[in-house]
Design a protein around this ligand. Structure first.
Ligand SMILES: [Mg+2]
Length: 226
């Protein structure tokens, strides 16, 4: 019944969240003269949530939030030297190597012979295209969809674009909130493979139970059922 499989990219195909957490740690260490580490983390998260509707997801929005947060925390006292360090955090993230997760290539290679594979990711178009190129995984995918959000309406649009029924669509990803719940809601299948770190914004406080839902510990386990 499943004919098209969409993979989330960040923290499903390759490591992502770790870079954000490291950047956040570095950033908050720059501002310890003004606020505690914990307070800094909270202020940054609040800033990102405020900016999300306007900027969307990705490294560039994150960098803008870091700068705005530094100005806010220091009451405008932040030095141009610190701002430069913050801009460099973002640039380093954009230039970071792509660390493909263990077992991903083998799994994609096998699945691509039986299914149409696509990437369904949030984030910045240029950055995601760059990561896909660097990952060496492009050839396994028929289509790359960079989505402004992962709400049911966004998945409905993707499924219509792919010209399939929701029941023939399977989404695989690390976020229950973005990759699983909205897909089940529109009648698709969704499999969860958690990553060890989850951004607070992607966390949910309920358990998912659904006949079209499955959970796995690693990507290679997919080959046992698909
Ligand atoms: Mg993800």
């Amino acid at each position: 019944m499943i004919r098209t499989i969409a993979f989330d990219a960040d923290d499903t195909l390759w490591v992502n969240e770790t870079y954000f957490r490291d950047a956040e740690d570095y950033f908050c260490n720059l501002l310890t003269d003004y606020v505690s580490f914990k307070e800094c983390q909270k202020r940054l998260f609040d800033m990102e949530m405020r900016n999300l509707p306007l900027y969307g997801y990705g490294i560039k929005p994150f960098t803008l939030s870091l700068i705005e947060c530094a100005i806010d925390i220091t009451d405008g006292d932040v030095s141009s030297e610190t701002i430069t360090k913050i801009i460099d955090i973002g640039k380093e993230m954009l230039m970071a190597p792509v660390d493909v997760m263990k077992g991903v290539e083998k799994t994609l290679k096998t699945l691509s012979k039986k299914y149409r594979l696509v990437v369904a990711t949030k984030g910045d178009l240029l950055d995601q295209e760059r990561k896909l190129e660097k990952s060496g995984l492009s050839s396994y995918f028929h289509h790359i969809e960079v989505m402004s959000d992962k709400k049911p309406v966004n998945y409905t649009n993707l499924i219509q674009h792919l010209d399939i029924e929701p029941a023939a669509f399977l989404m695989i990803g690390n976020s229950l909130k973005s990759d699983v719940v909205p897909v089940l809601e529109i009648g698709g299948h969704a499999y969860h493979i958690p990553f060890h770190t989850t951004w607070a914004h992607e966390q949910i406080d309920f358990e998912v139970t659904h006949k079209q839902f499955k959970a796995f510990e690693s990507v290679t386990q997919l080959l046992e059922v698909l």
